[in-house]
Design a protein around this ligand. Sequence first.
Ligand code: GLN
Ligand code: ZN
Length: 770
Amino acid sequence: MALATIPGYPRIGKRRELKRALEGYWSGKRGAVELDEVAAKVRQANWQAQVAAGLDLVPVNEFSLYDGMLDITALAGAVPPRFGWNGDAVDHDLLFAMARGKLGDPPAQALDMTKWFDTNYHYLVPELSPEQTFRLAGDKPFAELAEAQALGVPAKPVLIGPITYLLLGRMHDGGGSPLALLDALLPVYVEVIQRLAAGGAGWIQLDEPALVLDRTAEELAAVSRAYATLGEAKGAAKLLVQTAFGHVGEAYPTLAALPVDGIGLDLSGRGRENLALIARHGFPGEKWLAAGVVDGRNIWTNDLTASLELLRRVQEQVPGERLMVSASCSLLHVPYDVRAEDDLPAEIVPWLAFAEQKLAEVVTLTRALNEGEAAVADALAANRAVIAGAESSPLRGNAAVRQRLADLPLDAAHRALPYAERANLQRRRLTLPLLPTTTIGSFPQTGEIRTARAAADAGDLAPEAYDTFLEGQIAEVIARQEAVGLDVLVHGEPERNDMVQYFGEQLDGFAFTHNGWVQSYGSRCVRPPIIYGDVARPHPMTVRWARFAQDQTAKPVKGMLTGPVTILNWSFVRDDQPREASCRQIALAIRDEVADLDAAGIAIIQIDEPALREGLPLRHAEQADYLRWSVECFRLAAAGARPETQIQTHMCYSEFGEIFPDIEALDADVLLIEHARSGEELLEVFRTEGYAKGIGPGVYDVHSPRIPDVPELSQALRAILTVLPPGQVWVNPDCGLKTRKPEEVWPALENMVAAAKEVRKWVPVMTPAD
Ligand code: GLN
Ligand code: ZN
């Protein structure tokens, strides 16, 4: 009999109960007991939903108070020395100190946080050293297994596997590959697996998504070594090595040969290559396959008929009695329940499957295999109707947009003049000083702004009154920027709830949820927009505010737009056409907005692309194609601007080295980048590659409440000028200021302007770096 399971479930709680409990605990308003009670309730509600849906194996211990990688750090006692761990079991306060940092004496900085593969979830990076030791320092997996068993839940304990844990870790002191610590770490995993097996776990799942990246022969040898040891430790339990987020490529033969009982593979769209790997190499006769046919990353209803066909092909290699029907990855990356939405367009609701709906899909497919399709005929028929309805729905297609894209002239993604000529025209139009000062766009979203927005959303504040309020905010921010002496101003973005949502809400083809929260990190959740149809811009989105802001001042005010690639990457995107096609439609909408701003006399337009880098595919072989179309889409959005209109862009990450040619190919007139936390090496690539356009490396970090002083800022600026010629350099913070307090922002900007003025005096006598 095939078994129904999933790799993992959301854990923030259907009503984000865990978020509130965590934040209450951190603020001191709730005790540990209360936090633990809420956590247990969330786990139990999750299990109940999965048991009720009919899963045969329910994942446990993928629950986490903060992050699964951090849980292994705690479990294996890999606590960095600065947290002053006394060697006892790692308790909540130590766990949260590692997650969030700790004040006091001595204070300790949090572990670094970074993106989990190509999802929008973030994990806490293990900090390891060559002398690292590990030992079992907690009982979370055993306690959660016992808790589930006591409730009669058919529990499948889940842990992040040792290879992925180490490969995602960072080695201190130039310590080489963290895989060198494998032998030190394995005894902890052995102990955990033995105890779980002794505790009655039938299956134990070890997550090894690191196997879907390009891996060396050495790394694959470590995988074999690790699982040879763990295979011996498992006793009566069965081990499932679970991958996710794509195909396993050259790791397949290694995986197939491991002395474990099952392998979990992504068989959804992005992992479809796994099917070819199975066909090519065969599937080991004694193993189970957890077939990830339900996409755990997107929110679209599964085409059950197509999935059944896929499962039949899988069965040519793997008999039904060794098959698990599963999701392609943990359902952590989707919201809980479509039924919690009351405001989505009625027609698209059936197109959507959040976590609870995906459970039903997994179970329906499993029953179809075990009992025959007749047993689920009604569900299959209903699903076919939904899929057919979506395909033919007028909500999906917009003929005019498609026609326009098809008819685009060949040079549509090219500015009318080359950079050097544009730069001359812009210089004459803008008359800016050397080292012009500016900001990235947003100013503090104060309580006052949020209150007014909430009142407007609730209908308690009339639209005209809200507009007047926003105008007041903009006028104030403009006046203060003038007073501070900035050269290029912004309107401050008070009207924007979020840089993607604000645009999505005004575009055709987007829908928004009320409760569709997805965990980003810790207690932080986001509600990604849903792109369900062709995207079009029915009316201008920002022109009114840009024009109002420009009317308040003689200095240039930047128009402020979110770029097409960022809008795409931070949304759930329809999967019935290539992402590139949706991105090009968004690019057209932004292009129209650029044209309108340009026509309204806005001389500088900034198109933010903070998410361009993070959409880069995990496998090297797939990166070039992504970069091709994402660069093309940015250019399509920007290229309609007249040559004398300056296009700026902003990106807040610092891994530019590997995508430098693509950054250059964006052809933006000015590039404002995050830089304050990296050294001047970051800028070296711009110098050695001869980057000739404007560039504003952030001179201070906006993620800290600290107010940088003038000497420190002019030092930062001078350091930049040792690498880049002054004629190219802009002076700005690292990122937008919306999460800062006004009393932090204004003095910092005042100091930044003073530093720029001071360094301007120096520039003529400064000698270039070489
Ligand atoms: N213009 C946006 C802001 O200032 C950019 C935000 C971002 O880079 N994430 O808030
Ligand atoms: Zn930014």
